[in-house]
Design a protein around this ligand. Structure first.
Ligand code: SF4
Length: 590
């Protein structure tokens, strides 16, 4: 494995993944061996291995079962399924069975919310889990049947495309967009991208022409195109479908970006949860090379460009572009201090453009049809179409493509939502909309979204949604800066207090304080957005929180005096001196 990766430390995430696949886990001896092999200090290798949740530095069994823990999975009773499997296998969630055979745990959203509850078994995706399948799974594990021999229908992942527009309705042939772009030349293509008004589809909406021009104009030994396929936002799965069924549009888009900025190398950062796509994508890249659509002298036009796929290892923060670049360089995915920005100092310190999968696919359409055609779709400030991943309380979960400007109400009608109470418009990191806002429009100037639309009907307790989101962010915070590291953990504790019947108005005020603190002082977008939905829920769905308030006064999270009862029993004392006074108890607990 080391030789295949040229003993190159910047390939460390790939090396660790492949070694773990081969050996089952990353032992201290293995990490030392890898460190020697790539010529890096052992501590550096260990810090990368310890950062990603899909790497394990202790044995977790022959079978590693991870239940997707997004709120939409929970709504489909994923927690009951996990408990059932644990009972059958005689183990506790988060632990390894006594015989060392299997471990069961949860993981953040796996990008399969349209066909949940979802599970990763040895990092292979399983969909539509039921109690019956859980029974069978326990049986297969006890009989030590390899995951590859489990029923093939369990691994079936559907596209679930429900509404097509210009992108999902495209009939462009592989290489057609690239040929059109080569005919226009770099300047002509950039002019069309500018005319189109194309903005990044990851959610931030930065102008693609500005990003590409800045990168092209930056000095460097080499330029790079990175396709950000690390869609980890809870409730998002549109990139999964683009990669699975529209991959040539994405690859053409990467080649087009490469031509525009003067790059000869592209990298796809594929999220670890989508590892099941890897073989198919690698095969397709090879077919394109054989057809002269990738590699040296593409289409005989003197332009060379090739693509490498890098698989992530379970870290939501790597969707942030500078964290993603750190990961591509073999390091923990912690966001860089900016400036400088990736367009001037990106991958290996060279000018790099990082684009969303959907943005690149749309660039292919623009290369063929032109900027004016694209600008005529959508709204003046938000041109073109947007892919939405719709899940939750709807009859038809899946992918919907709309011109920008569509209202939330239209989406709800199309997907068969009834009695809708709330909609989260950008996964866990965006706003939570109440019924009186369903007339609002999906557009950068109104409701901006990376594409995750989760729907909650009147049966749902919004408090459960808030708690799930808070747990998600506390788990995914990279820990680099204090406001986010501490703030996300404090929010979980405050919500747990309410859930455990110890809440008071003080706790709600404290959540507001965390919001203000994290918004202003966090280092990256994760900390800045981690409390947006929670704030919305506190304001718009206040009763869901207030009905859990136990007292109008401050209430400690636990009863310290009661916690000392065991010590009193052991010392056979129950006099006044062996009890804490109420005041002292409250003070210490706080
Ligand atoms: Fe890491 Fe959170 Fe700080 Fe971002 S805001 S750098 S995720 S700790």
């Amino acid at each position: 494995i080391l030789e295949r990766h040229g003993r190159d430390g910047t390939r460390l995430v790939q090396i660790l993944r492949e070694v773990q696949d081969a050996l089952g886990w990353l032992s201290p001896q293995t990490l030392s061996y890898i460190a020697d092999g790539v010529g890096w200090p052992r501590a550096r290798v260990e810090s990368t291995a310890g950062f990603y949740s899909f790497f394990h530095t202790r044995p977790l069994g022959e079978y590693r079962i991870l239940f997707s823990d997004n709120i939409t999975d929970r709504m489909l009773d994923s927690r009951d399924l996990m408990r059932a499997l644990c009972q059958k296998l005689w183990l506790e969630p988060g632990h390894v069975s006594e015989d060392g055979l299997v471990s069961v745990d949860t993981t953040s959203c796996t990008g399969l919310c349209d066909q949940g509850p979802a599970v990763l078994a040895n990092y292979r995706a399983l969909t539509h889990m039921t109690l019956e399948r859980i029974d069978q799974m326990a049986h297969l594990i006890r009989r030590r049947v390899p995951v590859g021999d489990w029923p093939p229908e369990w691994f079936h992942v559907e596209d679930n495309i429900r509404r097509r527009d210009v992108l999902l309705g495209s009939s462009l042939q592989p290489g057609e967009a690239l040929a059109a772009a080569l005919a226009r030349g770099p300047s002509g293509l950039l002019a069309e991208i500018e005319r189109s008004g194309l903005r990044g589809r990851g959610g931030a909406g930065f102008g693609s022409d500005i990003k590409w021009r800045s990168c092209r104009d930056a000095w460097g030994d080499a330029h790079y195109v990175v396709c950000n396929a690390d869609e980890g936002e809870p409730g998002t799965f549109k990139d999964r479908v683009l990669l699975s069924s529209y991959f040539d549009l994405v690859v053409d888009g990467m080649c087009i970006a490469g031509m525009a900025i003067g790059a000869n190398q592209g990298l796809i950062y594929l999220r670890g949860e989508y590892r099941f796509l890897l073989e198919k994508l690698e095969t397709r890249l090879e077919q394109r090379r054989e057809a002269g659509l990738l590699g040296r002298n593409i289409l005989g036009k003197g332009f060379s460009f090739d693509i490498d796929i890098h698989v992530g290892a379970g870290a939501y923060i790597c969707g942030e572009e500078s964290a993603l670049i750190e990961s591509l360089e073999g390091k923990p995915g912690k966001p860089r201090i900016r400036p400088p920005f990736p367009v001037t100092h990106g991958y290996l310190g060279q000018p790099t453009t990082v684009n969303n999968v959907e943005t690149l696919a749309l660039a292919s359409l623009i290369a063929v049809q032109g900027g004016e055609w694209f600008r005529a779709i959508g709204t003046p400030a938000s041109t073109g179409t947007k892919l939405l991943s719709v899940s939750g309380d709807v009859e038809r979960p899946g992918i919907y493509e709309y011109p920008f400007g569509v209202t939330i109400a239209e989406i709800l009608a199309d997907c068969g939502a009834r009695d809708t109470q709330a909609v989260t418009s950008a996964g866990a990191a965006g706003h939570c909309l109440a019924a009186d806002e369903f007339g609002r429009h999906i557009a950068f100037e109104d409701v901006a979204t990376g594409g995750s639309i989760m729907v909650f009907d009147q049966r749902r307790d919004i408090f459960d949604v808030a708690q799930n989101f808070a747990q998600f962010f506390a788990h995914e915070s990279c820990g680099f800066c204090t406001p986010c590291r501490v703030g996300t953990a404090v929010n979980v504790r405050l919500l747990n207090k309410l859930a455990n019947d110890h809440g008071s108005p003080y706790d709600l005020d404290e959540m507001q304080r965390m919001y203000r603190l994290m918004q202003g002082a966090s280092h990256c977008g994760l900390g800045n957005t981690a409390t947006i939905a929670l704030q919305d829920m506190l304001h718009k769905f206040r009763p869901a929180f207030e009905r859990r308030l136990h007292s109008p006064e401050y209430e400690p999270a636990f009863d310290l005096d009661a916690a000392l009862s065991q010590a009193r029993r052991m010392t056979a004392r129950d006099d006044a001196e062996a009890h804490l006074s109420d005041n002292l108890s409250a003070h210490l607990s706080s």
